[in-house]
Design a protein around this ligand. Structure first.
Ligand SMILES: [Ca+2]
Length: 177
């Protein structure tokens, strides 16, 4: 690049700005023999300070080593709970239906359940602390209705720190009446 015509740079006044647009016709990716990256991965269950020794050796066999300390910390990331899949359920006209909610949490942390109305069917519901959801369809209603449920940490980290699901409940006509 040293034989490229240059001109005075408008911004700095230095005579170093290329007079023409530079076009790269040939780009080469090479192995950097002067710099290297070391990737460290802690083994399962290892924690605390670990001393790392890096040794470089040149072609003449001369070596130089340098030590540094890495502090390995436990995986403290607490994943949020999520609901187990809930299959559609069915009941008959005027009959309450119960659904036991279940969740998974990697750390087995305590959770809270919530339920919320989805759609405009005027059903009623109850939800116990242990996740037993009981939904009662309105009198005379048949067809499909939906209810939303969610599981969250006891102390959510933010307003979207939960897992929700919509349950479809089919209310069948009571053939006995
Ligand atoms: Ca958790």
């Amino acid at each position: 690049m040293s034989d490229i015509a240059v001109e005075e740079s408008a911004s700095t006044g230095e005579v170093s700005s290329p007079a023409f647009d530079l076009i790269m016709n040939d780009v080469e990716i090479f192995t950097d023999n002067e710099n290297a990256v070391v990737l460290l991965k802690a083994a399962e269950g290892v924690s605390g300070p670990v001393e790392i020794t890096v040794t470089v050796t040149n072609s003449l066999g001369n070596s130089y080593e340098q030590k540094f300390t890495v502090d390995v910390e436990d995986d403290t990331y607490d994943t949020r709970p999520f609901l187990a899949d809930i299959d559609p359920v069915s009941t008959t006209e005027g009959t309450a239906v119960s659904i036991q909610l279940e969740y998974f949490d990697a750390e087995d942390d305590p959770v809270v359940y919530q339920a919320y109305t989805v759609g405009d069917v005027d059903y009623t519901y109850e939800l116990s602390d242990s996740g037993l959801l009981t939904v009662t369809p309105p009198d005379g209603f048949t067809g499909e209705m939906q209810i939303g449920v969610l599981v969250a940490r006891e102390t959510p980290l933010n307003s979207s720190d939960y897992d929700s699901q919509v349950i479809t409940i089919e209310v069948l006509a009571d053939s006995m009446t």
